[in-house]
Design a binder for this molecule. Structure first.
Ligand code: CIR
Length: 250
């Protein structure tokens, strides 16, 4: 059960962040609205929010998921692989220090939280352009001290591991074909090619947050009887971001 979340509002320079999407420039006011709706949804899920103001030094700063790996037992400050994002983790470290001394990924390790997928007490750690073998090794060692198992897998396509796969709870995953082997196929929803973006969903307590605009995936998810909250993510999608990227939940 999650009781807390940390989020950071998008900055006016959101459009200067890193992106490969070719979907055009995000509209700042729309991004703010979508972010506010996201925060409301988290509150509806029963989570107490820490809302950080935008920090204009970091146009990708609203994607706080990448700056740490957190659960109710352990907080690990990450070391972003993207040079322009290094430093975002400092304020997050200060906030997390209020919940006990955090651990850290140290050089030469790099790791971004978007590459780390939790399924019950097991973690999948993706090796990507942002997360290297040393970062994955350090995280795995820290997690194992706290009783969590982990496995490392290669992210050959997409930005982060979780750009392509989410754990929905109750043994169910949603995944693009690249990672569909992770779980038993019978328990994995595979979105149609034109709905791959919907593989980034976010389970928060009794609710499942899904992006608006992916009706085929929604129909499949519905069959699993989750309580769904749909959110418009268009402006964050333009910057390669999704539902999981916008919060740190613990
Ligand atoms: C980046 O490229 O780092 C940002 N524009 C998007 C980060 C998305 N984060 C995530 O998937 N966890």
């Amino acid at each position: 059960m999650y009781t807390r979340a940390i989020v950071r509002r998008p900055g006016r320079n959101l459009a200067s962040g890193i992106t490969t999407s070719n979907l055009g420039q995000p509209d700042f006011n729309k991004a703010l609205e979508q972010h506010a709706a996201y925060c409301d949804a988290l509150k509806r899920c029963g989570v107490e929010l820490t809302v950080l103001e935008a920090d204009e030094r970091y146009p990708d700063g609203c994607f706080v998921e990448d700056t740490a790996v957190v659960n109710n037992m352990v907080k690990v400050i990450s070391r972003p692989g993207a040079a322009s994002r290094r430093g975002e983790e400092e304020e997050i470290a200060r906030v997390l220090a209020g919940f006990g001394p955090p651990e850290s990924i140290t050089p030469p390790g790099t790791l971004e939280g978007g590459d780390v997928l939790r399924a019950e007490n097991h973690y999948f750690i993706g090796l990507s352009a942002r997360t290297n073998t040393e970062g994955a090794r350090q995280l795995s060692a820290i997690l194992s001290k706290h009783g969590f198992t982990s496995a490392v897998i290669r992210v050959e396509a997409g930005l982060h591991l979780k750009s392509d796969i989410a754990y929905l709870g109750n043994g169910n995953f949603i995944s693009t074909p690249v990672f569909s082997e992770i779980a038993h196929p019978a328990n994995t929803i595979i979105p149609d090619r034109d709905e791959y973006y919907s593989a980034n969903c976010l389970r928060v307590n009794d609710y499942l947050l899904i992006p608006i605009g992916f009706p085929k995936s929604k129909m499949q998810i519905r069959k699993l009887s989750y309580e769904i909250i749909e959110l418009e993510m268009s402006e964050f999608r333009k910057m390669d971001g999704g539902l999981t990227c916008l919060s740190l939940l613990f």
